[in-house]
Design a protein around this ligand. Sequence first.
Ligand code: GLN
Length: 343
Amino acid sequence: MEYNHPICRISLIIPHKNIPLMERKITISQIRDAAYQAYSESKEVSGGANANYIPYLANVNPELFGLSVTLANGTTFNFGDTEYKFGIESVSKVPTAILAMIQHTPEGVLRQIGADATGLPFNSIFAILLEKDHPSTPLVNAGAISACSMIAPQGDSSEKWKAITDNITDLCGSAPQLLDELYESETATNFNNRAISWLLKNYNRIYDEVDMSLDLYTRQCSLGITSSQLSIMGATIANGGMNPVTGKQVHSREISSKITTMIASVGFYQHTGDWLFTSGIPAKTGVGGGVMGVMPGLFGIAAFAPPLDDAGNSVKAQTAIKKFMQKLDLGIFNGDQVTIVPE
Ligand code: GLN
């Protein structure tokens, strides 16, 4: 049997006959139809509430809902409010972790931050006390503040900010926009994150000036992004670091694999296992209501709807992405060899 990997196109000869790999072809129109149905069927899903600990987020229209899918060839399908700029919040932890790996290598990030799930809420102080030898992962608040402190050039807030936003622009193929009102709202209320930052400083896990590192984290969370942009970011990661819309190689294939591992292990915080078990796709959430999923070699997907469950994950976005995966019978661990074909 010949196995063609969708990204690296290496042919392997698999010697045994009865390996239960299923070769499947999915057409682009099947993907579009599944996305449309998942969107339509999730529209009326209720439950959850807007994040209320950040005043700006409490006031976002809870009815907004969008679903976007970007294939590894750059084709994007958008349904609903996919051009609305919502707060990227914790989804921003993904691009900054990528940037830290570009600048310091994946091993450097593993050493200075870690790559472990905490099993605890995103803003947990307890998690830091439990694992004070490292802040666990760049995909929770502690590790994300630590990642901001690692970004070069050291000591220069405006150049660090430029590096962070340029990287997001490269991943999405278009620029995010700072939501000033959200930034002010977060800065005025981020007392827990201030405590996290100084506790990390105590453990020598902040690698630049503390307040600057926290400010960069707060600012990156306050970037406005669309679900269409996030699905392109997911597709860039799924596509071995090459943005399928712009053709730019943003990061290495190795970093794609490392960041997808991190997303799979902690993307939904204390609900990550349940999410991966039921959805079959590594995904990262934010309290702005965004969820970004990565299906290696195939596509990126993003959904946005403000009401959240108790762990801070969008209820409607979760439903839509799960329905999409189920309709196409996809799952990262199901062993199928899936190829997307034109028709
Ligand atoms: N800015 C938010 C915070 O630090 C992000 C949290 C999230 O999206 N889970 O609390």
